[in-house]
Design a protein around this ligand. Structure first.
Ligand code: ZN
Length: 680
């Protein structure tokens, strides 16, 4: 990042024959003091080849940042050799050196060779993947003084040796202005920038503004920039680097070329780390480099920062720093994924005690609960990917698996081993639980307990029957996956509702629901039995039998007929078909399948009057009692198809076998039915 320019002088001196024009920008550099520094403060340059430098007194706290031909003498050598972090030291200087962003560099190189230069560029993507680097390289390539096609510059890549290139590399070119938009985000700063943009570049072809963290610029400030972007002077180019391109107003975005950067692939990062390790004479094996690269999480700069830190704390072996995985894990506060594999094994073995003991040891060793949860989430994610891509434990990842699993081969094997223990659904549920746990850890006290609870839930998860499994067994078309839809083999224990009963069974089969341990099955059972889950009174009398001199079956038929004869009582009539009639002394109980709030709707006052009249006709003095009830599916099979086209929607819904099963399964009632029949 360039320091702010505090002074810019254009000094013309003349000796009568030669004119010397000197242009110098200065930046404040406090540490550059002392006599030696003073003598090197000022470097002159000239438009005229034979010119000699002439010096005007300049405050010594100001250091020239723009020095023109001839190349500044010995300026660099007077500066103390400071340690440069790896990310800066190995910052790419050519498009070809940028790793993992081929789609961007290719396009830019083409644009440069065809001279199709836009006035606004947006470089977006994750941190530390080369946005600002590419902006600088592009700036060098645009302002490079060596012509494309010349021996020093055969391609559009910047030559790297001319003054423009070297100055941009050093971060002190006058015409390439880098602005940290995070701190210069207001309208005043942008107005200043806009006003300065009107002036032509001091020397180079383009005046280039690189706005870092451009999404931080306020809307008002962006608006101030809009006009400049819309009709930019030929010499102006804006490059905006941002991690959040969606925060840049659409009006700005539509005037720029937008390049979206990719996360850098693990193998690319490892390759780069290996090159750097070799160049720096650092000993590090592949597993260590892979760990560093993983820690970078797609960001080259992050990986290099951790490497810097690791080198600083590494022991020296025969004069060279030696990195190893355990030391780096300690540095990052992470633990080996071995423990997560062990935890998943314990979960698979249903061993809560083992899970708690593993996590207890980790916490006692000083690892933070949030960090452990975070790492576990990542591990589970990789496990799921291994499962989904059917990665075999000892196989090499290829294709999608390799793309999605940006981890070392050893870690891929580990993830695949864990994946083999569980189904995809189980792993997804684990991840969901762990993500929630991780969220909660952020704001809860007693983090240890929350982490333990989250892990125990994984064990419990194993014992629960998932709702998907229950739902998948609902309905004839959704029987268990092992039964192919058209097959319905005669020996299948789970027969569908449409499978006819064995011919040997005397009465028509009445399919009924049976609840077995955690699973629901439709079974053909010729023997009507009391429903185990229903709490209502005796309600299964599917074979009406004469009691006393009253034939209940005949009575039921009479009721059905009486209701069917009255307009608007079709639903009630159909409902009575499904009811169980029972007689106790002089009270006739009609056990309906309707819920208590559906009962008065379907069997309304009119219907009840008709029923009363029918009863009186059959046996005077007989009292009627209508009971709401648990759904009784025993009589749903003989339902005529007409039921699907007549009657109220609510009743139809109530009678649908799938709905009934669902209501029974979840002890639920229908709360709402939307009737779409008229709209078809
Ligand atoms: Zn150049």
């Amino acid at each position: 990042m360039m320091m702010p320019v505090v002074a810019m002088l254009v000094v013309t001196v003349s000796n009568g024959n030669n004119h010397l024009r000197i242009r110098c920008g200065y930046q404040r550099r406090e540490e550059q003091q002392g006599e030696e520094a003073k003598q090197n403060l000022f470097h002159t340059s000239s438009d005229a080849p034979a010119a000699t430098g002439v010096v005007a007194p300049i405050p010594y706290s100001l250091l020239p940042i723009a020095c023109f031909s001839p190349t500044p003498p010995a300026l660099q050598s007077t500066l103390p050799m400071a340690y440069q972090v790896l990310a800066r030291k190995y910052r790419p200087q050519r498009f070809a050196d940028v790793i993992g962003q081929d789609h961007v560099t290719r396009t830019l190189l083409n644009a440069l060779s065809q001279n199709r230069i836009a006035h606004g560029y947006i470089f977006s993507g994750h941190r530390g993947i080369g946005k600002t680097t590419i902006a600088r390289i592009l700036a060098s390539a645009l302002n490079c003084r060596t012509e494309i096609g010349s021996p020093a510059r055969p391609t559009p890549e910047p030559c790297g040796i001319c003054e423009s290139c070297t100055e941009i590399k050093a971060g002190n070119a006058v015409d390439v202005i880098e602005i940290d938009a995070a701190t210069n985000r207001g309208i005043d700063e942008i107005r200043e920038l806009r006003d300065a943009a009107r002036y032509r570049p001091s020397r180079d072809k383009y005046k280039i503004y690189i706005l870092d963290e451009a999404h931080q610029i306020t809307d008002a400030a962006f608006n101030a920039l809009l006009k400049t972007l819309e009709e930019p002077p030929d010499h102006i180019i804006f490059m905006m680097a941002t991690t959040q391109p969606e925060d840049i107003p659409q009006t700005i975005r539509s005037r720029c070329q937008h390049f979206s950067f990719h996360a850098v692939k693990l193998d690319d990062i490892i390759g780069q780390l290996r090159l750097i390790a070799t160049a720096e004479a650092i000993t590090a094996d592949d597993a260590t480099l892979a760990l560093l690269a993983e820690a970078g999480d797609g960001s080259m700069r992050d990986a290099l920062s951790i490497m810097d830190q690791a080198i600083a704390s590494a022991p020296t072996v025969s004069g060279h720093p030696k990195l190893d995985a355990a030391q780096i894990r300690e540095l990052m506060g992470s633990v080996s994924n071995v423990v997560y594999e062990e935890i998943l094994q314990a979960v698979h073995a249903n061993d809560s005690a083992a899970v708690l003991s593993i996590v207890g040891k980790l916490l006692d060793a000083g690892n933070g609960a949030p960090q452990l949860a975070r790492q576990f989430v990542r591990y589970l994610r990789n496990t799921i990917v291994a499962k989904i891509t059917s990665l075999a434990p000892e196989a090499e990842a290829t294709g999608v698996a390799a793309d999605l699993l940006q981890i070392s081969p050893e870690e891929r094997h580990r993830a695949a081993r864990s994946a083999a223990l569980f189904t995809e659904e189980e792993l997804s549920r684990f991840l969901s639980i762990l993500l929630r746990t991780f969220d909660e850890l952020g704001y809860r006290q007693e983090q240890r307990f929350h982490l333990e609870l989250g892990l125990l839930k994984l064990v419990h998860m194993q014992r629960l029957v998932p709702i998907e499994e229950l739902l998948s067994q609902l309905g004839p078309k959704h029987t268990s996956a092992s039964t192919p839809r058209p097959a319905a083999t005669p020996s299948a224990p789970r027969a569908t509702a449409t499978v006819p009963a064995p011919p040997s069974a005397p009465p028509p089969a009445s399919p009924k629901l049976t609840m077995t341990a955690g699973s629901l099955a439709l079974a053909s059972d010729p023997e009507p039995e009391p429903e185990p889950v229903s709490s209502g009174p005796q309600l299964v009398v599917t074979q009406p039998a004469p009691i006393g001199n009253l034939d209940l079956a005949t009575l039921q038929s009479a009721c059905i007929a009486a209701l069917a004869a009255v307009k608007g009582q079709t639903s009630a009539s159909e409902q009575i078909e499904d009811c169980a009639f029972s007689l106790d002394a002089n009270i006739l109980t009609i056990q309906t399948t309707l819920s208590s709030h559906m009962l008065p709707v379907v069997l309304n006052a009119d219907a009840e009057r008709i029923l009363q009249a029918t009863l009186r006709a059959a046996a005077p003095g007989l009292k009627l009692k209508l009971l709401p009830g648990a759904p009784e599916p025993a009589t749903t099979a003989p339902k005529k198809p007409r039921a699907a086209t007549s009657g109220s929607a609510a009743e139809l819904a109530q009678k649908h076998p799938l709905v009934q099963q669902a209501m029974q399964l979840f002890s639920a009632e229908i709360s709402n039915v939307i009737d779409l029949r008229g709209k078809e």
